[in-house]
Every structure is written in C-alpha cells, then in structure tokens.
Ligand binder design. Structure first.
Ligand code: AR6
Length: 172
C-alpha cells in the first residue's frame, strides 16, 4: 500500500496542504508557540474569523480558512494541559488528533499536517504524546482510505526523534 503517513522536521506554517492543525488554547484567540507562528503567518483575518467561533473545548476541533498561509485551512484544537496524567490527558490528546482529522475530512481536506500537540507549553510528556498521536493517525488512515496524506511536522530534533521512534513501534 502507498505510504500515507509521514514524519518530517520543519515549520508547519510553510506547508501547502489542505489543512494544517493549530495547537491552540480554548479561547482560539492566539498565543505563543506554534499558535503564535500560525497567526503571524496567516495575518489578522485569521484572528477575525477565530473571534466568530467563540472558543473550543479541550480535545475538540474547529476549522477556519488559511488566509495568507500556503495551507487552505487551519484546524484549531486545544490539546490538554498536562496535570500529572490522572485528569484524562491521554484521552483528551487522542480526541484532539481524531477530532482534527474528522473536521478536516468532513471539509474535504485530504492532506493534513500536525504539529506536536500539547508537548510545548502544555508539558505533555513527549514520548507518551508521540505514541498517542501515531496510533490515532494510523487508525484514522485505516478507517479512511481516501485520506491521502497526514504529516507530523516536528519543529526540533528531540520531537522528530520521539515521533520516529513511536512510528517504528507501530509500523514494524
Ligand atoms: N511549526 C511546527 N511546530 C512548531 C512551530 C512551527 N512553526 N513552532 C513551535 N512548534 P506549543 P502546546 C512546536 O507550546 O504545548 C500556545 O500559547 C513546539 O516546538 O506551541 O499545545 C497556545 O495558544 C512544540 O513541539 O503548543 C496554547 O496556549 C509543539 O509545536 C499553548 O501554547 C507544540 O508546542 C498550547 O501549548
């Protein structure tokens, strides 16, 4: 079968795909990290559309246009803040990946790129997050043969290594 899941190192704001995913917060009104980078690259029209969405619950996902980004759409999902692991963080992170893919797919997106949700400011342990992300994406691809390509875009070496390691566990 043709490969549909990719792990790359780079800047997600440069990806010309149907949808990039934003590791947002529940206000959807911007922030630091990848959220800040996406809003800077997309321009103020993105924030204006986000204001009309009235926030988003943790683990859920909402879609906007991409404006000045090369990506056609942005799927915004607030991942869980790590609180020690007993506050449903694993399930919420899985929900973020699955709901982002579902919203993208329902809006006709067939190429999607993700950043490493929750592993920055939200402090979700990287290796654990990578396993959840890879498993959820591979399950979704199995269930949706017409999804063409899902890419994990890792910003730094450590993140890249963690996702490569997680993928090897599932693909071997
Ligand atoms: N491309 C790809 N990945 C990136 C980029 C980029 N341009 N910039 C940073 N990353 P974070 P979180 C990586 O903190 O943990 C915001 O303030 C980064 O190295 O952006 O889900 C929101 O508004 C890390 O690996 O997201 C929320 O309040 C990953 O993206 C909060 O941060 C996620 O780090 C969300 O925290």
């Amino acid at each position: 079968m043709k490969q549909r899941f990719f792990i790359e190192q780079g800047d997600i704001t440069t990806y010309a795909v149907d949808a990039i995913v934003n590791a947002a917060n529940t206000t959807l009104l911007g922030g630091g990290g990848v959220d800040g980078a996406i809003h800077r690259a997309a321009g103020p029209e993105l924030l204006a559309e986000c204001r009309t969405l009235h926030g988003c619950k943790t683990g859920e996902a909402k879609i906007t246009r991409g404006y000045r980004l090369p990506a056609k759409h942005v799927v915004h999902t607030p991942g869980p803040i790590w609180r020690g692991g007993h506050a449903g963080e694993e399930q919420l992170l899985e929900n973020s990946y699955r709901n982002s893919l579902t919203v993208a797919w329902e809006n006709g997106c067939r190429t999607v790129a993700f950043p490493s949700i929750s592993t920055g400011v939200y402090h979700f342990p990287l290796e654990q997050a990578a396993r959840i992300a890879v498993r959820t994406i591979l399950d979704f691809l199995d269930e949706h043969p017409d999804m063409e390509r899902v890419t994990m875009v890792c910003f730094d070496d450590q993140t890249h290594w963690a996702y490569d390691t997680a993928a090897r566990e599932f693909l071997d």
